[in-house]
Design a protein around this ligand. Structure first.
Ligand SMILES: Nc1nc2c(ncn2[C@@H]2O[C@H](COP(=O)(O)OP(=O)(O)O)[C@@H](O)[C@H]2O)c(=O)[nH]1
Ligand SMILES: [Mg+2]
Length: 262
């Protein structure tokens, strides 16, 4: 067996553990049921990360429980909802101010988060020497409707080179500070649900090397909110769709619609 890979991996990870500052950011809106566990699980991962929770003025105990679990809690800077984009950008600014080398986002509503997720994403960035590592999952047949019916089909039309991504809307994404800093400099980034696919497209258009990492199954509470009523996803669908159209205009991909038989 060739052990070179493992040798390099261990060296890199040891260097990372000692020298690199990893910051994990959780955008969170009313996640009192899961936030304590997600924050404490993440903080126990091998890279000793600092944890930032960007709270959406939750009216439950999210902020209190996150603080108790050891996170720094900041409020997202504007009371605009859905505000996942605002929250992610504010989290990046805060992590840069705290001299993060690597910034990793995780959704706060994951019930089965394990330290391995954080370890896998950060190690992929270091060992594979890629620019972004993204989590992907085995999803329930009725889960991920916006991914399956909006994001992937639209990327397939306008950004064919991104059509292999299983989870273009993954909330579990990891990159170095410099790449996130670059994202903050690009104008007109989305404030809501468009942010994830916007980051993916912008980072890909920079020519970056993006890896998807398999995380197993994801058990999370937002699925319970919409599994009985899929119309709860319509705002997200609208924002993701509009973001991809705007990016298609920006990157002059609109003519590709002619390739679609309707
Ligand atoms: N700060 C902030 N976090 C949000 C907002 N909306 C959702 N979140 C958080 O973003 C993550 C993903 O949201 P979720 O509703 O689970 O989306 P889904 O998993 O894609 O259906 C969760 O941790 C939410 O608590 C918001 O407006 N502001
Ligand atoms: Mg969720």
């Amino acid at each position: 067996m060739d052990t070179t890979f493992h040798h390099i991996e261990n060296n890199d990870i040891n260097v990372a553990k000692n020298d690199l500052k990893v910051i994990v950011i959780f955008p969170a809106k009313n996640e009192e049921g899961t936030i304590e566990n997600t924050v404490s699980t993440a903080s126990r991962s091998s890279f000793n990360p600092e944890i930032i929770v960007v709270d959406a003025y939750s009216n439950d105990k999210t902020a209190e429980l996150a603080t108790r679990a050891g996170a720094t809690v900041i409020q997202q800077p504007a009371q605009i909802f859905p505000g996942k984009g605002i929250a992610m950008k504010a989290g990046i600014r805060e992590a840069i101010a705290r001299s993060a080398d690597i910034i990793l986002f995780l959704d706060a509503d994951i019930k089965n988060l394990s330290q391995q997720w954080i370890n896998n994403l950060v190690s992929t960035l270091l060992v594979d020497n890629c620019d972004m590592a993204r989590g992907f999952y085995e999803r329930h047949a009725r889960d991920a409707a916006v991914t399956k019916l909006i994001a992937r089909p639209m990327l397939n039309i306008f950004f064919l080179e991104l059509s292999h991504f299983e989870q273009p809307l993954s909330g579990e994404v990891c990159a170095r500070r410099q790449l996130w800093q670059r994202m903050l400099e690009i104008p007109d980034s989305p404030n809501g649900w468009g942010i994830e696919v916007w980051f993916l497209i912008e980072i890909a258009m920079l020519g970056c090397n993006i890896r998807e990492v398999f995380m197993g199954t994801k058990d999370y509470s937002s699925f319970e909110d919409y599994r009985e009523d899929i119309s709860k996803l319509s705002k997200m669908a609208e924002q993701v769709e509009f973001t991809i159209i705007r990016e298609a205009i920006k990157y002059e991909r609109l003519h590709l619609q002619n390739n679609v038989n309707v």
